[in-house]
Design a protein around this ligand. Structure first.
Ligand code: F6P
Length: 535
């Protein structure tokens, strides 16, 4: 009889207990076929899971869990447009934005809006859509937050070129310094303001949009509207501002904000890099979509990555996971991934509304490799609790000869995490140090590195639009696969709403309205702050 999800989880935990002292070094010594079994190519990316601490038995227990959770069926359901966002009664069809999946109607709807965005972007690039005084635009000020900011911001940093006809500035925070810094050196007479908000009700975005509009109006007066464009699912709210209806691009309720970068939400980026490059990004993502939909789970990169993280959580009590891209252009990657992953998987209730028995989304953190090595890698190598890590690297970079050094560092970290350094090696290394024997013995335990620490190595030929598309889609699908294993909904985010509501009330109170109903600590803070804002 097939196992239930609970039985499959129990079997993984039980096996994990028995293999507690084992890691990839042991498995490599016993299992000749390990490298072949744990490496795969998908959508132009190479994935190496072989340095992870699990063995073949663990893997087969994980595959049993995938089957018990109906992972293959859930992947098919998500890709075909079924209602997988059950709490909001919606499909999650971000794949349709790039022509992936099989929901023809949504693919066509998305393609039509993409054509509009491409047309608008081309006209901006050529100067056919011109400023109020008939000049070509030089800048776009992209205003949005969360999913309406992080994805496009990452794309722009990763794909912009020095000869782009337009430059983009991003504005998300309500700190006035953010606005000041976003418009520094910009001329309102040659700047297009692009406001992105699925709801068109997010306070940070509406506040910043007001500031930007005043800034435009001060220079352009009534003509300010000619410098505005928007992307939203709330057309009427956008129309109620000064944005012309023909300059509003659609977002849909079947695409979550954190999955929306493939749409007109990235209009600013498309205008800068051009539709052709954006098309390559979509093609890379589509490659990953077809891999995700067709590869068997054991050869399916997003599914394998999800199973790997879940194994660490179930058997090793892991609470966080690090992601380290070795590319300066991907320095915003982790910020984008944090929203995708933690807004999707930061849940404690199952699809059927009960408390989830097992772990849910671990925290994800990390950053660009070369800097990270001098910041957080110490914890990865010697911290008391092991944290699994994804290392992302690129084989080639046409801009000079630094790539061997960058790659060497990426590979060295993965190798060091696995190999570690034992006491005898440390002692022999200290032989020529000139230290007294007693001092060497004191130092030795501090220099020992346990090793056996799991990493997944992800290698692409080069960082270009296509590989970036595949990489981003990989993490979207890995997140979904994890939600299936955990039994939670990856597509809602009710947790962010309470804080927003309370903030609206607290702002009024800080500005002088009477305050009631807070906890003691909050009352004390309000008491401390009473005065300065309540004029
Ligand atoms: O912070 C919560 C959130 O709703 C995100 O999910 C979303 O990406 C962001 O706010 C911005 O929302 P909107 O696009 O509606 O302004």
């Amino acid at each position: 009889m097939a196992m239930t999800r609970e039985q499959a989880v129990e079997a993984i935990i039980e096996l994990g207990r028995k293999t507690m002292g084992n890691d990839a070094r042991d498995h490599f010594s016993r299992d000749e076929g390990r490298l072949d079994a744990l490496t795969l190519d998908a959508a132009g990316l190479y994935f190496d899971f072989s340095k992870q601490p699990y063995g073949r038995d663990d893997l087969s227990a994980l595959l049993t869990l995938a089957a018990a959770c109906g992972l293959e069926q859930q992947i098919a359901a998500m890709l075909s447009g079924d209602v997988v966002n059950t709490t909001e009664n919606r499909a999650a069809q971000h794949v349709a934005l790039r022509g992936g999946g099989i929901d023809k109607a949504k693919i066509e709807q998305a393609a039509a809006e993409r054509e509009r965005a491409y047309d608008f972007a081309e006209k901006l690039r050529s100067g056919q859509i011109a400023t109020a005084s008939g000049k070509p635009f030089t800048h776009i000020l992209h205003i949005g937050i969360g999913g309406s900011d992080l994805g496009p911001r990452l794309l722009y940093e990763a794909m912009r070129q020095n000869d782009d006809p337009l430059a983009v500035r991003f504005l998300s925070s309500v700190d006035p310094e953010a606005f000041a810094s976003a418009i520094e050196g910009l001329d309102p007479a040659t700047t297009m303001v692009f406001v992105v908000s699925k709801s068109f009700g997010t306070p940070e975005t509406t506040e910043n949009f007001k500031l930007a509009l005043d800034w435009l109006k001060a220079e352009l007066g009534e003509d300010a509207g000619r410098h505005l464009v928007a992307a939203t699912a709330n057309r009427s709210a956008a129309i109620a501002t000064d944005v012309e209806e023909a300059r509003i691009f659609d977002m849909w309720d079947w695409v979550g904000g954190r999955y929306s970068l493939w749409s007109a939400v990235s209009l600013s980026v498309i205008a800068a890099i051009g539709p052709k490059s954006f098309d390559l990004l979509l093609a890379g993502a589509r490659d990953m979509d077809s891999h995700f939909s067709s590869a068997a789970i054991e050869n399916n990169a997003p599914a394998m990555s999800a199973l790997t993280i879940y194994w660490h959580q179930l058997t090793r009590g892991v609470r966080s996971w690090a992601v380290v891209p070795y590319a300066f252009h991907l320095r915003l990657f982790v910020a984008w991934l944090q929203q995708l992953f933690m807004e999707s998987l930061g849940k404690g209730v199952s699809l059927s509304g009960e408390s989830v028995a097992g772990p849910t989304g671990p925290a994800v953190w990390g950053g660009e490799g070369p800097d990270g090595q001098h910041a957080f890698f110490q914890l990865l190598h010697q911290g008391a609790a092991a944290v699994p890590v994804d290392i992302i690297a690129f084989a080639n970079d046409p801009r000079g000869d630094r790539q061997p050094a960058i790659l060497a560092n990426a590979i060295a970290q993965a190798e060091a995490l696995l190999a570690g350094r034992d006491g005898d090696t440390v002692r022999s290394q200290l032989e020529t140090s000139g230290l007294a024997d007693a001092e060497k013995e004191v130092l030795t335990p501090h220099m020992v590195m346990p090793g056996g620490r799991g990493s997944t190595f992800i290698l692409a030929d080069k960082l270009d639009a296509r590989s970036l598309g595949a990489l981003l889609a990989f993490y979207e699908h890995q997140t979904f696969a994890l939600s299936v294993l955990m039994g939670i909904n990856a597509f809602d985010q009710f947790g962010v709403e309470l804080g927003k509501k309370l903030a609206a009330r607290l702002e009024k109170e800080l500005r002088g309205a009477p305050s009631t109903g807070h906890d003691t600590s909050t009352n004390a803070l309000l008491e401390r702050l009473s005065g300065p804002h309540s004029k």
